[in-house]
Design a protein around this ligand. Structure first.
Ligand code: GDP
Ligand code: MG
Length: 164
């Protein structure tokens, strides 16, 4: 069966935007999973000659900081247990946060392939310097993207499918 790619990250980093962008016509969506009507969490994605199932692990996202980390740990654990590749999304505008580091530690220990995606890099000329701090997470090269601006997605997807 097809590889599973799970999207994890803090609330508001742009997981659902990235998911919807990748699931949209632009990058060749195949179909929605039957039975999932309202908030789609599964999508079939094709990139080059590779097909995979993408999962948005972020569901109802809490406002309270106390709950955020425990929910992120749960989501990361589900991704570790079920995914072949994990896309870990961070937000260049908010910068490196403590919860990012804690989840990165979990992902690193899991030994699963992780693609570190730095979202909201809406201007690759002006914002690239801010991308480099995410090297400190110790989970590999940060891949700058703008999910809403549809920038950097090809290079990011090349990295994702290189792990299949
Ligand atoms: P999630 O909670 O991680 O699923 O995040 P959402 O996808 O709901 O996005 C949270 C907010 O970030 C929304 O207001 C999005 O419009 C915004 N957002 C998402 N991607 C980008 C991006 O590439 N650039 C900018 N500037 N905003 C973005
Ligand atoms: Mg979401």
């Amino acid at each position: 069966s097809k590889p599973i790619v799970a999207i994890v990250g803090r609330p508001n980093v742009g997981k659902s935007t990235l998911f919807n962008t990748l699931a949209g016509e632009r990058i060749s969506i195949v179909k929605d999973t039957p039975g999932v009507t309202r908030d789609r969490i599964y999508a079939e994605v094709s990139w080059l000659d590779k097909n995979f199932t993408m999962i948005d692990t972020g569901g109802i996202e809490p406002e309270s900081k106390d709950i955020i980390l425990s929910q992120m740990r749960e989501q990361a654990q589900i991704a570790i247990d079920t995914a072949d590749v994990i896309m870990f999304i961070v937000d260049v505008r908010q910068g490196l946060q403590d919860a990012d580091s804690k989840v990165a530690d979990m992902l690193r220990r899991s030994k699963k392939p992780v693609v570190l995606v730095v979202n909201k890099v809406d201007d690759f000329n002006k914002m690239m310097a801010d991308v480099y701090e995410f090297y400190n997470l110790g989970i590999g090269d940060p891949h700058p993207v703008s999910a809403s601006g549809k920038l950097g997605l090809g290079d990011m997807l090349d990295e994702v499918i290189s792990h299949f």
